[in-house]
Design a binder for this molecule. Structure first.
Ligand code: UDP
Ligand code: MG
Length: 325
């Protein structure tokens, strides 16, 4: 059980050209905050909108002291908007949600309840997705399952960025300075106690999705390449296959006594192919290692320590990076 009395909760909302719906979102969240016993801040991150979304939020900032705006110089993308919002948040827990009310605020109390039970990450798992095309649902479902198959960390399926994170998870995320972050994967990677809360994803209140196929593919590639080096090892598998073909063709032609020029050329081609793909695979392994190093992820994260007498050791669960140095 968490002991925080009078907890402070940050809600982070990335905003990109939500002019038609942002007023409704602000109103709904302001009502939500008013009705709740916890203290809140609402952090809108304007991701370079070209409409009047930022103006609408600025007007709300002037009226409502719980509302804040982080205004990007241009469009940096959904994942970086979330990253920035998390960094500006000062809550004991941080909730990330869409600015189009697709993630309903009424789920937040449920998340808070799990947080109070001691969970560090409470993620929203989509039971139903209203108002989205079968194409989007199918591609999203397929992608989540492919990602799960190629990564060693447990990234939950059918889960977007709607989630609550405890301060200690947020503190780790703030240390992860990745260029092209796949935030939901990073949160899974951090570990601690994570749990799902199921909810029905709503239709957008207004406007349309800013995730066209191009951006979805980019996000999907990002998810795979930042959490899996399996694609780099494809060459290794190919080389094994080529070698097998080369050996089999050589033996078969030897056994059948048909050592024509053609069979030799075929075997030789596969031997050379096996050699080439083997060396490419070797490069892939080294590149994978360099890639892992270049992300500068913490080596490990200590959740708690017990029985240590020194103060330094007791602090390691927030200062995990001190252990690396
Ligand atoms: N968004 C953003 N930058 C972008 C695209 C989207 O900040 O480049 C915001 C958008 O305003 C919304 C959230 O990210 O609050 C999710 O985007 P969207 O609703 O378009 O995606 P979908 O829910 O359709 O997957
Ligand atoms: Mg949305």
């Amino acid at each position: 059980m968490r002991q925080e009395k009078d907890p402070f909760i940050s809600i982070v909302l990335p905003v990109y050209n939500e002019s038609a719906g942002i007023g409704e979102t602000i109103k709904e969240l302001a009502n939500y905050v008013r009705a709740r016993p916890e203290r809140y801040e609402l952090i809108f991150v304007n991701d370079g909108s070209t409409d009047d979304s930022a103006d609408q939020i600025r007007a709300a900032v002037a009226e409502n002291p719980t509302i804040r705006l982080v205004d990007f110089s241009r469009n940096f993308g959904h994942q970086l908007a979330i990253t920035a919002g998390i960094r500006y948040a000062s809550g004991d827990a941080v909730v990330v949600m869409d600015a189009d009310l697709q993630d309903p605020p009424r789920v937040i109390p449920e998340m808070l309840a799990r947080w109070r039970e001691g969970y560090d990450v409470v993620y929203g798992k989509r039971r139903k997705r209203s108002g989205e095309t079968w194409f989007k649902k199918l591609t999203a479902e397929t992608f989540y399952r492919v990602l799960k198959a190629v990564t060693s960390i447990d990234i939950p399926v059918d889960t977007g960025d709607f989630r609550l994170m405890d301060r200690r998870v947020v503190n780790v995320l703030k240390q992860m300075n990745e260029q092209d972050p796949y935030v939901r994967g990073m949160v899974s990677w951090v570990g601690y106690k994570q749990v799902a809360v199921e909810y029905d994803r709503q239709e957008r209140t207004a406007g349309k999705t800013h995730y066209p196929l191009r951006k979805m593919l980019h996000l999907a590639m990002n998810g795979i390449t930042s959490f899996s080096t399996v694609p780099l090892t494809i060459a290794n598998w190919l080389s094994g296959f080529f070698l097998l073909v080369a050996v089999v063709t050589t033996f078969v032609s030897l056994l059948l006594g048909r050592l024509s020029l053609l069979t030799w050329v075929i075997s030789a081609t596969f031997f050379v192919g096996a050699g080439v793909t083997f060396t490419i695979g070797l490069l892939g392994n080294y590149i994978g290692r360099m890639f892992a190093e270049s992300r500068h992820r913490p080596l490990y994260i200590v959740a708690d320590t017990y029985g240590f007498k020194t103060q330094a050791a007791q602090q390691t669960h927030y200062r995990y990076h001190a252990l690396q140095n």
